[in-house]
Design a protein around this ligand. Structure first.
Ligand SMILES: Cc1ncc(COP(=O)(O)O)c(C=O)c1O
Ligand SMILES: N[C@@H](CCOP(=O)(O)O)C(=O)O
Length: 463
């Protein structure tokens, strides 16, 4: 399997090189050259299989022969062996025909663990085989960072540098990152927003001198290695609800568009997904784009679902590439518009393709709180604020086809917002019970690419 850049100017790479590259050298994102297909019989055969076995079936299609089957199987088994639920990603029925897919049974209580546990092991394997070390960077609004730090801590092949927006994560999210004291872990609290963190990460990738010198690699969902692992749970969820013999719809609380793009990939591979619904908080750039056909930046508003406080939704570029018939030139023009004037018009062919496959709606803050309270009352189920954004949107779209809302985080990651909405103070699980008492380590840096590059250069072992 080969991977091409959405901007058309970067080398075509195999799986291992695409994973190590993170962002393509032309600033684009890697996508598979073509979508592997599953037949109806193959999808039906997933019924009753373990999560790890379905993960192997899906992921191996993208890896090809680059990793020996037994090794890949071991990486996948080890990745999902750390999850606290035997199903890894169980479904819970909230109301007739409406399910939540619990993706928070990993070590840091958010869906990011599902991909990050795999990505850290696969990168470690590729680097060890090549006798290399890499510098891992990531931007986080809270969850990617904690999952990445947990997955990469103590690894000999990598040093990891995570940028978070100072004061804009929940305290639990911050502590999950800053209390990890392994020598290869470096937390940077940036004086800015998540978008500022993400812009610096992308700018470092586009500084080829620096990128090559420190052997830069990324853990955000710009890395194809993240998306590939997130495709799996669309298959396991849909199959347990009767696919491929009946379609299923998904509502996804969305920020950087990685999670819902994985749903698009599952559909492109043959899974009968009816609707993919984008659920946004007040930072509703994606819903506005769907309505108006213009992607237009506005300021970032802090919300009680802070992990989705995002304006530059990186993976939307992958969808634009697909929607525009894989016209890399059109993607370059759109991204130039974004850089130069903070917005662009989505070409008509891309817009109608996107509107055919996706719907979008926004949940405001008061409704998010009300959804947490009402779901507790009606279903005796405590939602985190991100999942609540999704559940409300899903409730407006229920019908004959089963609806799955992705439950992207555990309520205990956002205790203040959850208590305010429900009166319940969700307890952290035993392994995090002393989180507030642990020692913290972080460095506060200005919103300045040079300052971040200097900080990394002085500490990485990969240079
Ligand atoms: C808890 C939670 N829900 C939803 C999202 C949005 O996911 P994505 O960025 O893949 O759209 C994030 C962050 O990305 C998150 O941390
Ligand atoms: N919500 C995310 C933002 C980064 O998203 P990613 O999926 O691209 O890593 C976070 O929690 O950091």
């Amino acid at each position: 399997m080969q991977f091409v850049s959405t901007r058309g100017q970067a080398p075509v790479l195999g799986f291992s090189d695409a994973v190590l590259a993170g962002l393509a050298s032309d600033g684009g994102l890697y996508v598979p050259q073509s979508w592997p297909q599953f037949s109806t019989a193959e999808i039906a055969s997933f019924a009753g299989k373990s999560y790890a076995d379905v993960a192997y079936a899906v992921i191996s299609r993208f890896v090809g022969d680059e990793i020996a089957p037994a090794k890949l199987k071991q990486i996948i088994d080890d990745s999902y062996g750390v999850f606290r639920h035997p199903s890894v990603a169980p479904l819970v029925e909230l109301a007739p025909g409406h399910f939540v897919l619990e993706l928070f049974h990993g070590p840091t209580l958010a869906f990011k663990d599902v991909a990050m546990q795999f990505l850290s092991r696969v990168m470690d394997h590729i680097l060890a085989e090549r006798g290399l070390k890499a510098t891992i960077v990531g931007a986080t609004s809270g969850d990617t960072g904690s999952a990445a730090i947990e997955a990469f801590r103590g690894r000999d092949t990598t040093d990891i540098f995570i940028l978070h927006p100072q004061g804009r994560t929940s305290p639990v999210q911050r502590l999950q990152m800053t209390t990890v004291l392994d020598a290869n872990v470096h937390n940077i609290a940036l004086d800015g927003t998540f978008d500022d963190c993400q812009n610096i990460v992308k700018a470092m990738f586009n500084n080829h001198n620096f990128r090559d010198r420190v052997r830069l690699s990324g853990v955000n969902s710009i890395n194809w290695g993240r998306i590939v692992a997130q495709i799996v749970y669309y298959f396991t969820a849909a199959v347990s609800l009767g696919s491929p013999h009946r379609p299923v719809s998904f509502t996804v609380p969305t920020g950087n568009f990685g999670d819902i793009f994985a749903g698009y990939c599952a559909k492109a591979m043959g899974l009968p997904i009816d609707k993919l619904i984008i659920a946004t908080n007040a930072n509703d750039i994606l819903r506005r784009t769907m309505e108006t056909g213009r992607y237009e930046m506005a300021g970032v508003a802090p919300t009680i679902s802070p992990s989705m406080d995002i304006q530059i939704s990186s993976n939307f570029e992958r969808l634009l590439f697909e929607g525009a018939g894989r016209d890399a030139g059109a993607v370059v023009r759109m991204m130039d518009g974004l850089k130069q004037s903070g917005g662009f018009a989505v070409p008509e062919n891309a817009l109608s393709a996107i509107r055919r496959g996706f719907a979008a709606a926004t949940t405001d803050e008061a409704t998010t709180r009300a959804t947490i309270a009402n779901t507790l009352k009606a279903a005796d189920y405590l939602l985190d604020p991100h999942t609540a954004v999704g559940v409300h949107v899903a409730q407006q779209n229920l019908g004959a086809i089963p609806m799955v809302t992705l439950a992207t985080a555990h309520p205990a990651k956002f205790p203040a917002a959850v208590k305010d909405a429900s009166g319940i103070d969700p307890a952290l699980p035993a392994w995090l019970a002393d989180l507030y008492d642990r020692e913290e380590r972080l460095s506060v840096l200005a919103n300045d690419q040079q300052a971040v590059e200097d900080f990394i250069s002085a500490r990485t072992r990969a240079a």
